[in-house]
Design a binder for this molecule. Structure first.
Ligand code: SF4
Length: 487
């Protein structure tokens, strides 16, 4: 660049000052200031409510997610799914702008519903909101009723909707709100006294790992137990590439979802991400209803399978018992690579409880456990879990903290590795430790959303990726004299 075209910086920061601050942010003094921070979040470990609502919508047959609100917000949810799954993430938005913000978004919603229905011919549209219509107080109940009165969409066309204000809650709360609304809508008037569909209804919760869904199905099929997954994204985001574009692959059939209140039993494996759905189901259904932790690690998978056995009246299949034995064998063979290692873990509450449980089983220390939006109840649950093992002693639970807090923790009170989604890579790099990618979103590695982390197979998978990461580091960094063939 020539001297004439050089851009003059607004603020010149001397190189010495950059170096000083770089060093300072690694100190205890800075950590204290960082933890005194209020009213500012830096790199939060969660997405916004409507993003979660969109994932719930994708789990149902031929359902078009419909964002009532800003186009830019809608692009963020779509691109996040698109990058995580490396699949198309079709959704529409009624693209509210300044006039919508002033006069309300009814016109946008009506035009959007009419166009989307005509163009994309879905079987259902699931409507949820970005922040803007929530701030101005748009009334979705009457807006959608008016759309039907004006015959913009047919009277009997299903349009469940959820209010998903992102200034309150995270993607798991949006997921919960949308799932509840869809199930409530579809099951209206379907409950029949004494009727039983014979199916176990399983609610995986906010889980962006298509491999986990396949694993749930494989386990239930091993029981030969009829089941329905609510809401099933395994095909939606992992459909075969065969030259034909299908706008709505997979999803739970609407007719099956409508039978939820006549199920043989209902099981949710994410207590925090389905709290309201479960509450409503508990009131609306008279069938057995169980809320369990995600089956991650041996003990939690055992509990899940025993519960399925109890609810279906079928014994745990021999094939799964053998798998358990293989997982225990793999964990025993590799325990020395994880035993005593310290980890920092961040993510959604239900995932965190599963990962921490697995680490404790391996004799590893989940030293910093961070959840960027969580209740006191979660904090209590996590502390109680840590107390069940000697390896949980001295471990720390950080709630309502972000990944900039995590960075301070890593540089002042270090660990051997971090577990979480892609957002943790900056803190991990600064702390010079590896990031084991489990969670959502993972947008800088391929195929991890296809590799299950639940069940016995999931335990082997987690163990493999963590232990091999440590072994890779040894091979890459050791002195020549310690470079061994065998590890
Ligand atoms: S937080 Fe609100 S404004 Fe931001 S992307 Fe989410 S919905 Fe849109």
């Amino acid at each position: 660049m020539s001297a004439e075209t050089a851009i003059k910086k607004v603020t010149e920061i001397p190189a010495g000052e950059v170096a000083r601050v770089r060093e300072w942010i690694d100190t205890e003094e800075y950590r204290e200031k960082n933890f005194a921070r209020q009213g500012l979040v830096i790199n939060p470990a969660h997405g916004c409510q409507p993003l979660g609502a969109q994932l719930a919508a994708y789990g149902f047959e031929e359902t078009l997610p419909f964002v009532h609100g800003s186009q830019g917000c809608a692009s963020y949810y779509r691109s996040t799914f698109n990058r995580h799954f490396r699949e198309p993430a079709p959704a529409v938005s009624d693209a509210m702008t300044e006039d919508g913000a002033v006069f309300g978004g009814q016109n946008n919603l009506h035009e959007g519903l009419e166009n989307a229905f005509a163009l994309y011919k879905p079987k259902m549209m699931a409507v949820f909101t970005s922040c803007m219509p929530e701030v101005i107080g748009d009334d979705l109940t009457s807006f959608i009723r008016n759309a039907k009165l004006k015959e913009l969409i047919p009277q009997d066309f299903p349009v469940p909707y959820a209010n998903t204000p992102s200034f309150n809650g995270t993607h798991i709360h949006g997921y919960d709100a949308m799932l509840k609304s869809i199930l409530e809508y579809l099951s209206e008037g379907t409950k029949v006294e004494g009727k039983c569909s014979g199916k176990l209804n399983l609610i995986p919760g906010f889980d962006a790992n298509t491999g986990n869904y396949r694993e749930y199905k494989r386990m239930l099929e091993a029981f030969d137990a009829p089941y329905t997954i609510l809401a099933d994204i395994s095909e939606t985001f992992d459909s075969p590439l065969d030259g034909t574009y299908r706008p709505y692959p997979g999803g739970t059939p609407l007719a099956e979802a409508a039978e939820v209140l006549n199920a043989k039993a209902i099981v949710s494996v994410q207590k925090y991400a389905t709290a309201n759905t479960v509450k409503w189901l508990g009131e609306a259904s008279d069938k057995p209803m169980e809320v369990m932790p995600m089956p991650m690690g041996i003990a939690k998978t055992d509990a899940f399978l025993l519960k399925v056995s109890e609810l279906t009246g079928k014994p745990v299949p021999e094939s799964l018992k053998k798998e358990r034995g293989r997982a225990v064998d793999a964990m025993t063979d590799a325990h020395q690579y994880l035993h005593g290692k310290k980890f920092a873990v961040f993510g959604d509450p239900d995932y965190l409880l599963g990962i921490v449980s697995f680490l404790l089983e391996m004799g590893a220390k989940p030293y910093h456990v961070l959840c960027s939006r969580a209740t006191k109840k979660f904090e209590k649950d996590m502390k109680a879990l840590l107390e069940t093992s000697p390896y949980g002693k001295g471990c720390n639970v950080w709630v309502n903290r972000d990944l900039w807090h995590m960075r301070s923790l890593l540089v002042t009170d270090p660990v051997d590795a971090m577990i979480g989604d892609t957002h943790g890579k900056f803190a991990a790099r600064d702390a010079k430790i590896p990031l084991i990618r489990i969670g959502f979103p993972i947008i800088d590695r391929v195929n991890l959303h296809r590799i299950p982390v639940i069940g016995y197979l999931g335990a082997i998978n987690m163990l493999t990726s963590i232990a091999n990461k440590f072994l890779d580091i040894v091979d890459e960094t050791c002195e020549d004299r310690f470079f061994e063939m065998m590890r």
